[in-house]
Write a protein that binds this ligand. Structure first.
Ligand code: GRG
Length: 271
């Protein structure tokens, strides 16, 4: 199957599941549910949940069982974007060509919508098989915490006015972007019943891919890596990391094809 078709099929299934897990807009107190749905359904690519489902499939698992966790990861991602756009952080008026959550619903509701999405994500992780639910919750909470995404965001905020230098930039990329992507892969492997070695390979694949993903984002926004190494140098580094990522999942043999395809697809992305 062409990788673009796999991703599009995943996107449709994920959107349907997200719709079923999110409170309906009309549910009281309506404004918060509207705000949550506004940001969740505003055109995200659903790359992280697609990676989680692909990891589960590579491990030989049933992807239907991975759907709540895949949606949980997307809700965490959406929470991070809503908070990142707030006036106290990046102060952005638009995301994905639409008004940001706080521009549409006000700052207080946007803050709460982000909090609510993070909380709902853990409710979804808890739907997993009781034998693995605690491990999934632990993996996700670590990826969001100060040793993961939030740590990366703090360092990013603190280095806004100055040139961060390469080691700090690498810390930001591995934590702010890489941690959640790596956790998506690891959780997919856990749900798919992969061996400990294979779970580790998936996590490593996710770590390399996460940094490559951020570098490509930098090239599109002419910042970070692209500022230091130029567009060509940055893309060369993204391609090198993608190769390293693919090496990690060689142990899956033919079952790694979809994950390999997604990493190549991300290298070609323009949005
Ligand atoms: C506020 C706790 C907290 C963290 C914020 C993730 C993040 C940290 C900030 C978002 C801003 C940003 C540029 C993050 C880097 C990760 C990244 C490239 C996000 C965009 O991901 P895509 O391209 O987004 O998957 P879509 O729109 O497709 O969902």
């Amino acid at each position: 199957m062409k990788i673009e078709i796999f991703i599009e099929n995943c996107r449709k299934k994920i959107d349907k599941a997200l719709d079923s897990y999110l409170p309906k807009e009309k549910e009281y107190p309506s404004v918060i549910h509207k705000a949550m749905r506004y940001s969740v359904f505003s055109g995200g690519k659903r790359i992280r949940p697609a990676l989680l489902l692909a990891a589960c499939q590579a491990a030989g698992g049933d992807v239907k069982k991975a759907m709540p966790a895949a949606c949980g990861i997307e809700l965490i991602h959406t929470f991070s974007l809503i908070h990142d756009d707030l006036p106290s952080m990046d102060d952005d008026d638009y995301r994905r060509g639409k008004l940001t959550c706080h521009k549409k619903y006000g700052e207080a509701i946007a803050l709460l919508a982000g909090d609510a999405l993070l909380n709902l994500s853990f409710q979804l992780f808890a739907k997993s098989d009781p034998k693995i639910a605690v491990r999934i919750i632990e993996t996700a909470s670590k990826a969001v915490g100060t040793r993961g995404m939030i740590g990366g965001q703090v360092v990013d905020i603190n280095s806004k006015e100055k040139d961060p230098g390469l080691p700090t930039l690498q810390y930001i990329n591995t934590h702010k972007t890489g941690a959640l992507i790596a956790a998506s892969l690891k959780i997919g492997g856990i749900i798919g019943g992969a061996s400990e070695n294979k779970i580790q390979r998936l996590q490593k694949y996710g770590e390399y891919l996460g940094v490559a993903f951020q570098i490509i984002d930098d090239v599109m926004d002419s910042q970070g890596y692209a500022e230091i190494f130029g567009d060509k140098g940055a893309m060369r580094e993204a391609a090198r990391l993608t190769q390293k990522a693919k090496k990690e999942i060689k142990v899956f043999g033919k079952k790694a094809e979809v994950l390999e395809g997604i990493s190549d697809h991300l290298l070609r992305r323009t949005i």
